[in-house]
Design a protein around this ligand. Structure first.
Ligand code: SF4
Ligand code: SF4
Length: 371
């Protein structure tokens, strides 16, 4: 019979052994900086106390792996503008409503009477559209390769059922181009990547081959348990020690080399790859998704004219003191932002990195502000 206590003891023993091995290898290496790309890894490293188990010479930096955080202000401004259109209601995941736009947030405008529905999936947005045919529901389609396939399936269903009043404001981002940008960043030295678990389930381990082959940097695809995290760190240190960078798939129970073909084909049937703007990383080639031309009638942005879209893009402004962009690239720690913990807290967030539960600033604030 499965014994939970014994399993925990076995886990603790495995963690201790991994920690000792990490210590041993790190002693013979120069200091290393490892980036956990995914926001859930950032919080998992803190929450499980794994950060504190690592030697001082192993520095963890957080990356752009939170979909809410990398969504630029111009996208929020566009959503806010759509909210003012007659007969339009927004449908969005909860985190998005608190992200500041240039002048206000969706939450604030909701308080002033704007129509916003918090949903848990795109299917919920479709259900709203079915139930209220006279309202145009604009779903805020943000997220990485993990979220986009289920949204693609929702669009397929809406087309099949002829539900015309569901539109998408597409802000999807793709992880591999962001890694390429980080690796080409002049001020950033990354010695290894802890690669996202869920994204990798969809895109597969082969998608990261360029990281080791072109840039000579190792990567480890990891789960979210303490043992998974420590194995990831050990694998990256070992790759540095042997001088053989590779992409280690340590989450093989879920991640295949070529990913989830059904999800990828759903994605491909609805979206095409386009250049897009990331907060902190700027505009990157082929780093986002847009609806295919045959589905433009689902594009919420087209409810506004081109001039209005251009005006909104040109007028988007971030809070001058917020340093989320640098936090997302890993060039500064959240604690180096002058607003951290004083002007900016999870209750009064100034930037998205303090809003989202996966945000780096929120993780540092919540878990003791360890460096
Ligand atoms: S979707 Fe999963 S893998 Fe991607 S950033 Fe969020 S938690 Fe990480
Ligand atoms: S502390 Fe707040 S203002 Fe500063 S970088 Fe983080 S989210 Fe932005």
């Amino acid at each position: 019979m499965f014994d939970l206590d014994e399993a925990r003891l076995a886990d603790a023993a495995a963690c201790l052994a991994l920690r000792n091995e990490i210590d041993r290898i790190a002693r013979d290496l120069p200091p290393v900086a490892l980036m956990e790309v995914c926001g859930t890894h950032t919080t998992a490293f803190f929450r499980h106390g794994v950060r504190g188990m690592l030697p001082a010479s192993v520095r963890l930096i957080s990356g752009p792996g939170c979909p809410v955080c990398v969504t630029p202000t111009s996208y929020v401004d566009l959503a806010l503008r759509l909210m003012r259109e007659p007969g339009v209601a927004l449908a969005t995941f909860g985190d998005m409503i608190r992200v500041p736009g240039s002048a206000t947030s969706i939450e604030r405008e909701k308080g002033r009477g704007g129509r916003v529905h918090i949903v848990y999936s795109a299917m919920d947005a479709l259900a709203l559209a079915r139930s209220e045919p006279r309202t145009t529901f604009v779903f805020l389609a943000v997220g990485f390769e993990t979220t986009a396939p289920t949204i693609a399936q929702t669009v397929v269903l809406a087309e099949k059922e002829g539900v015309a009043n569901l539109r998408l404001l597409v802000g999807h981002k793709l992880v591999p181009p962001a890694l390429r940008a980080l690796l080409s960043h002049p001020e950033l030295r990354i010695d290894g990547f802890i690669l996202p678990g869920h994204v990798s389930v969809i895109i597969g381990s082969e998608s990261y081959r360029f990281v080791s082959e072109e840039f000579g940097v190792p990567g480890a695809i990891c789960g979210f348990e303490p043992v998974d995290l420590l194995k990831g760190v050990l694998s990256l240190l070992d790759a540095r020690r042997t001088g053989r960078p590779a992409i280690a798939n340590l989450y093989g129970r879920f991640v295949k080399s070529h990913g989830n073909r059904a999800a990828l084909s759903a994605l491909d049937s609805i979206f095409e790859t386009v250049d897009t703007e990331w907060r902190g990383l700027g505009r990157m080639p082929a780093s986002g998704l847009a609806l295919r031309p045959s589905l433009r009638h689902r594009d919420a942005a087209l409810l506004l004219g081109d001039d209005e879209i251009a005006r909104l893009a040109a007028s988007a402004r971030d809070d001058a003191a917020c340093r989320c962009g640098e936090v997302l690239c890993g060039t500064i720690l959240p604690t180096e932002c002058g607003l951290f913990g004083s002007g900016c807290t999870p209750e009064t967030p100034v930037g998205p990195c303090m809003v989202s539960t996966e945000g780096t600033c929120a993780a540092y604030f919540r878990y003791g502000r360890q460096a």
